[in-house]
Design a protein around this ligand. Structure first.
Ligand code: HEC
Length: 314
């Protein structure tokens, strides 16, 4: 029995092949299957053991058979083995793929062209090149059938799909990285945890001027529909981040609050809307109407209104 590859290549090769199959077929979410399911580790360990066991058994059978051989056969066997695998297989394959003729045979393929002593050999195309060429033809046929005969999907659709999946990935990322919000992307937070965090921020920083219930003092009333600097989450976010009008006393909080915190406190103070504070300050500014709120508009107006516009009422 002649081994073409040594055991220390064969065992890892088979092992990682099975490993790959397991990872491919066992659905384990983001993590590799062997981490997600400890049973898989056990299974792979057993596979490894079995592979080693098979190797040992084959070896000992070989040994036993070897002992039964007559002396000269033993010698022949050993000779055959010792030339062993070296890189014979690889070399043979390499030669085959190059397809070049040995120098001794060049006489047969030389052409009678003679350019100043430079002669041309009529070598065959190297098989690696030919096979690659066949592969491209096959690819072309499959491609044509799939996209031009059966119209699987167009480039436009492919683009749409990729944009959609990228959008989903960005959404996902935004949700985990809240500090990425800015005045253009901020949305009204409704999670209790965010609102509670907003409440804490409001009570430590803002109550001196706006009162705990938003009724107003030095700062304006935050419970009514009237806004000096515009209502709605985007305007409020901007007011808190950039501050109010010069000299009025509302500073830019972006120095001391993180974007996520501004979003939280903005969302919190918008919960004051419509409540009745103990000591309401008279309304200041103008009634704020949310452009994005569903309302009756002609389609023409609809397309003209820009939802990202930040309105600044001076
Ligand atoms: C030193 C007093 C003071 C503090 C502290 C203060 N504000 Fe103000 N706030 C004001 C004043 C004054 C205005 C009006 C600004 C103007 O007229 O331009 C204002 C305006 C606002 C407005 C806009 C109201 C409108 O009608 O457009 C919001 C929203 C606001 N403050 C939120 C906050 C938040 C949130 C905090 C805490 C992080 C805070 N303020 C802390 C004084 C204060």
């Amino acid at each position: 029995m002649r081994n073409s590859t040594p055991w220390w290549i064969r065992i890892p090769l088979i092992f990682f092949f099975i490993f790959g199959l397991v990872e491919y077929y066992v659905d384990s979410g983001d993590k590799p299957a062997f981490i997600e399911y400890p049973m898989v580790q056990l299974f792979l360990f057993m596979v490894l053991l079995i592979l080693i066991a098979i190797e040992l058994i084959v070896n000992s059978v070989e040994n036993v058979l070897f002992q039964t051989l007559p002396e000269d056969a033993k010698e022949r066997y050993l000779n055959a083995k010792s030339g062993s695998w070296s890189w014979a297989w690889g070399k043979r394959m390499y030669k085959k793929l190059l397809g070049s003729r040995p120098i001794e045979e060049e006489g047969e393929i030389i052409l009678d062209h003679n350019y100043d002593g430079i002669k041309e050999l009529d070598n065959k195309l190297p098989p690696w090149w030919v096979y690659l060429f066949y592969a491209t033809i096959l690819f072309g046929v499959v491609y044509m059938a799939r996209f031009h005969v059966f119209n699987d999907y167009t480039q436009d659709q492919e683009y749409e799909m990729e944009v959609a999946s990228a959008q989903a990935a960005i959404e996902e990322y935004r949700r985990t990285a809240k500090d990425l919000v800015d005045v253009n992307t901020v949305t009204l937070l409704t999670d209790a945890s965010d609102l509670n965090a907003g409440k804490v921020i409001f009570e430590t920083n803002c109550v001196v001027c706006h009162m705990a219930d938003g009724g107003g003092g030095i700062g304006p009333n935050l419970t009514d529909d009237y806004w000096i600097l515009g209502g709605g989450i985007k305007n409020v976010y901007r007011t808190i981040s950039e501050g109010g009008r010069d000299g009025k006393g509302m500073i830019a909080w972006k120095q001391s609050l993180k974007p996520a915190e501004i979003a939280q406190v903005a969302s919190y103070l918008l919960t004051f809307q419509g409540t009745t504070p103990a000591n309401p300050k008279a309304p200041e500014g103008e009634i704020w109407i949310d452009e994005n709120a569903p309302k009756e508009v002609s389609p023409q107006e609809e397309t003209l209104s820009d939802s990202t516009d930040v309105v600044m009422n001076e």
